[in-house]
Design a binder for this molecule. Structure first.
Ligand code: THU
Length: 126
């Protein structure tokens, strides 16, 4: 099973595929699935800006599309000088797949560790 630093490295590697010509803010994500598979994602921007999709959601949706629905952790990597904690929309998507999911995200000089639940207290569930 991949460990935390391998997951963060996979997120950093996924940044290379980011399509971010407008913001120039490349983000990579790496989702650890129950079966040990790592599914990567990157942000994909669009000239109609709101259509942009974040790296985290691309990773989650790609994993679901490949038949995986149970996740234990996600790592998110942004530029080395930024705190790249997940946006509100991605937090909502993450808690849907498990409030206990560990979330790692890069910050200047390091990596923060938290959970989906801690990132979105009292998030919507139905
Ligand atoms: N972005 C992500 O991919 N994930 C986040 O959680 C925060 C923001 C992307 C969206 C956009 O392409 C760029 O970063 C700047 O907002």
């Amino acid at each position: 099973m991949p460990n935390a630093s391998e997951l963060v490295e996979a997120a950093r590697a996924a940044r290379a595929n980011a399509l971010a010509p407008y913001s120039k803010f490349a983000v990579g994500a790496a989702l650890l699935c129950e079966d040990g598979t790592i599914v990567q994602g990157c942000n994909v921007e669009n000239s109609s800006y709101p259509l942009t999709m974040c790296a985290e959601r691309n990773a989650v949706f790609s994993a679901v599309a490949s038949g995986r629905r149970t996740f234990s952790a996600i790592a998110i990597a942004g530029p080395s000088d930024a705190r790249t904690s997940p946006c509100g929309a991605c937090r909502q998507v993450l808690i849907e797949f498990g409030p206990d999911m560990t979330v790692y995200y890069t910050v200047p000089g390091g990596v923060e560790e938290t959970t989906a639940r801690a990132l979105l207290p009292d998030g919507f569930t139905w």
